[in-house]
Design a protein around this ligand. Structure first.
Ligand SMILES: [Zn+2]
Length: 371
């Protein structure tokens, strides 16, 4: 392929000329090593994708890219047997619909990114459907999930849970379900799940007393508002007079599950179970737990929930939260507004008569001329 415009060419000089057959093998090897090093050290980003898609290897993709550029329909085998109209080039990247094509070298790295938080096949596939595509993406996801030791070590037979139907919540943070998890590495976790959006919140706590519970709930209310209903089990934190008084003062209806029947609080229960499995799968050290927790929450909040068919982020904010995966998809360059930042709000010429607001003196305005 031909190198792009002058500006782009300068930016990608070190990598883009991989395509040029005139380059010596030594330079090629060096450039490739440089790409891989950058890839390992940094995030996946657009320029890396672009360069690897254009790599000199005789792949279908190169023929397809050429075909798309000149508007020629290529052989079926050179477009993965997919209708060519589904493909396009955006900022030098091959796209299938909204998904960016991932070249073989980057697939493992992308799979790992999709598997952040060790969520299962269906969640990974639904994430992939929003961002990336390659001919064997579904199979690779299934293989990765099946072969992941961490996932396998905590896999359980599904537990049958007696269904308990709560009335449908109609908006986010109207009804929340709370529960505790732990101890894990000497830490406890306070888990809150919103019934409407399934938005999870997990706070690391030092103990499970009523004081701590109320503190964490106050923190939650500041961010998401006071709910109408809190659902919990019959733990001592929730049956204490202090907690009863707390919910009364906040005008919250407190519902407790049936005794010895924790499944009533299914929403939180299920998330706690998922969360415990993730923690076990992590095998991380105590100092890394908070960081790993952030990753789990981020992945969960962004992933389509099987019950709602939407991600918690979508239901709470009406948009998908950005993550590293978003770096894969090319976006239009941000345009600088017609009114540049340098432009002053008001312009004066020399010797122009002006009035200045005086905030200290007796008279409101001071008059003069510009010098
Ligand atoms: Zn896993």
């Amino acid at each position: 392929m031909r190198c792009g415009s002058g500006h782009r060419r300068r930016m990608q000089m070190r990598t883009e000329c991989l395509d040029c057959p005139s380059k010596t093998p030594a330079t090629n090897t060096e450039s490739r090593r440089w790409i891989l090093l950058r890839l390992i050290k940094s995030r996946l980003c657009l320029s890396q994708l672009k360069n690897l898609q254009n790599a000199p290897k005789k792949t279908n993709v190169k023929t397809l890219l050429e075909g798309l550029k000149v508007g020629r329909v290529v052989e079926g085998c050179d477009r993965f047997g997919v209708n060519q109209s589904e493909f396009s080039i955006q900022q030098g990247c091959l796209m299938r619909g909204i998904r960016v094509y991932i070249p073989p070298k980057l697939r493992q790295r992308v799979l790992e990114e999709l598997h952040t938080g060790h969520f299962g096949v269906s969640r990974m596939k639904s994430l992939a459907r929003s961002y990336c595509w390659w001919e064997t993406v579904d199979r690779d996801i299934e293989d990765l999930s099946r072969d992941c030791c961490e996932c396998a070590s905590v896999k359980k037979n599904p537990v049958s849970v007696a269904p308990h139907c709560w009335e449908q919540a109609t908006e986010p943070f109207q009804r929340i379900h709370v529960d505790f998890a732990g101890p894990f590495l000497g830490m406890y976790f306070f888990v809150i799940v919103d019934a409407f959006s399934k938005w999870p919140e997990v706070k690391i706590i030092r103990d499970m007393t009523t004081d701590t519970t109320i503190d964490r709930l106050r923190e939650y209310f500041v961010t998401y508002g006071v709910p109408s209903v809190i659902v919990s089990d019959r733990g001592v934190q929730f049956t204490s007079d202090q907690f009863r008084e707390f919910v009364r003062r906040n005008n919250i209806m407190h519902k407790m599950g049936a005794p010895y029947h924790p499944a009533t609080n299914g929403q939180a229960e299920r998330f706690v179970q998922t969360f415990k499995e993730k923690l076990k799968a992590l095998k991380c050290e105590r100092k890394d737990v908070q960081f790993e927790l952030y990753k789990i929450l981020m992945a969960y909040r962004r992933t389509v929930h099987p019950v709602t068919g939407k991600s918690p982020s979508m239901l709470v904010y009406g948009r998908q939260m950005k993550s590293r995966l978003d770096l894969l998809v090319p976006v239009a360059d941000l345009k600088v507004s017609s009114r540049g930042e340098e432009e002053p709000v008001r312009c004066f010429t020399v010797n122009e008569r002006v009035a200045a607001r005086d905030f200290l003196g007796a008279s409101k305005w001071q008059f003069g001329t510009t010098g």
